[in-house]
Design a protein around this ligand. Structure first.
Ligand code: ATP
Ligand code: MG
Length: 411
């Protein structure tokens, strides 16, 4: 379907006398039989011709020669053959220069497996022998590796990330250059590094990525943030990671395994410019794991009810995933079902289920509003849910009175 739509773009360019090819990740993934989510097209047509031929377009990256073309309900990046100028700041080329030759365009690409083009008939253009490297499961820089990493240090992490996604090895000269070039990595924007690390964590072979990061010292420029240490201890966690589905779960497992303290976790997730929501989620999950994992080391030792009342169903389900990943080899068990069963059994589940509100407590006890309200309500919830206290207003108000008279609430 996607390919059909992309084919129409290629056809239209060809009908107008231009060359056009599928290129990069989509060709690589088709050849490997992996799912393809986006299709990139390269052409000798100038961006202004692309825009003229495809009225439904978005000029997304004209400075790089890229026009996003809408075809049916899908979007495709159509990029004019180009070479890149000097890489003065090691992040972005100073200028792009359009060229007429496909091989020149392929030459600027990072790895041979990403430098294969394919025309509409399925003919491959593979001047750097990417197909042979795909067959041998090798990641090899196009051209002189040291120079390619110096031009753009992101490629260092891309190499590790492709290895983690594909389970490939890195070709020896490329690998050697990675070891020598690791100090370039801090030149790239943190966000770009984070995106690559996320893709690495989501790969099917994360252990491959961790090993490469360790052996090449790739993250050594981030020692003050604890990244090398985090990824060193991650190596022992790789087999667990693949049983987790979400990134916050994966990151929190790494922090937990590295023995990271709450503040270190917060600092590093902040440094990686994760969203506030992700930072909070990872922080809470890692702390929760730290709290319960030492005791909850087998299915029989898990007690969901109090935790459900404390942190809610959603977080308990995430914790269940993490625990299952931690135990996986030894004890296959479906903790999600247990969380839900425990949840169903709770006679009251949240503060809203109580027959008194914070306002009622305040009026009845004649106290100034404050954080005591939340704590008392939480205590009532636990008593009703787990200790048979009746969920009736007069009973709850009396219990609340007793609760505030305890020392802990005398402020
Ligand atoms: P995926 O989209 O699955 O992550 P991809 O190979 O498509 O992988 P993209 O980042 O989408 O990667 O880039 C598309 C293509 O552009 C790559 O296949 C490669 O040919 C080229 N490319 C991307 N980033 C770089 C880079 N930093 N240096 C050189 N070439 C690059
Ligand atoms: Mg892509």
């Amino acid at each position: 379907m996607l390919k059909e739509q992309a084919n129409q773009i290629l056809a239209r360019l060809e009908e107008n006398g231009f060359e056009a090819y599928f290129v990069g990740g989509c060709v690589r993934d088709w050849l490997l039989g992996r799912p393809v989510h986006d299709i990139d097209i390269c052409t000798n047509a100038h961006p202004r011709d692309v825009m003229r031929l495809f009225p439904e377009h978005i000029p997304t990256g004209l400075q790089h020669g890229t026009v996003t073309v809408k075809q049916g309900d899908a979007l495709f990046e159509v990029t004019t053959f180009r070479v890149e100028g000097n890489y003065r700041d090691f992040r972005r080329p100073d200028e792009v220069q359009f060229v007429s030759d496909l091989t020149e365009d392929l030459q600027r690409r990072d790895f041979t497996i990403n430098a294969i083009a394919m025309d509409r008939a399925g003919t491959l253009f593979d001047p750097f022998h990417g197909l042979a490297d795909l067959r041998q499961r090798i990641i090899r820089a196009v051209g002189e590796p040291k120079q390619r990493f110096a031009e753009d240090a992101l490629r260092l992490l891309r190499a590790a990330r492709f290895a983690a996604q594909l389970g490939f090895e890195i070709e020896p000269l490329t690998y050697e250059a990675m070891k020598q070039s690791a100090d370039f990595l801090p030149r790239i924007a943190v966000e770009r590094m984070r995106d690559e690390l996320n893709k690495l964590l989501n790969g099917a072979f994360p252990q491959q990525g961790f090993r490469i990061i360790g052996e090449t010292g790739l993250l050594r420029g981030y020692a003050e943030w604890g990244l090398p240490k985090l990824f060193a201890s991650a190596e022992t966690q790789a087999w667990r990671l693949v049983h987790l589905t979400t990134l916050p779960e994966k990151w929190s497992l790494l922090f937990y395994a590295a023995g990271s303290r709450q503040r270190q976790t917060a600092e590093l997730t902040h440094f990686l410019r994760m969203s506030n929501k992700e930072q909070a989620e990872i922080g809470r999950l890692a702390a929760l794991l730290l709290r319960v994992a030492p005791e909850w080391d087998r299915p029989e030792s898990v007690k969901w009810a109090p935790l459900l009342l404390n942190v809610g169903r959603q977080r308990c389900l995430q914790l269940a995933s993490l625990l299952m990943a931690c135990w996986h080899a030894a004890q296959p068990t479906d903790l999600h079902t247990e969380v839900d069963a425990a949840y169903q059994q709770l006679p009251v589940k949240t503060l809203q289920d109580l027959t008194v509100s914070g306002k009622d407590l305040q009026l009845h006890l004649q106290k100034k509003p404050g954080d005591w309200i939340g704590r008392v309500l939480q205590a009532l919830l636990v008593q009703v849910a787990l200790h048979g206290l009746a969920n009736r207003p007069e009973t709850l108000l009396a219990a609340a009175k007793k609760e505030v008279e305890r020392d802990a609430y005398q402020t």
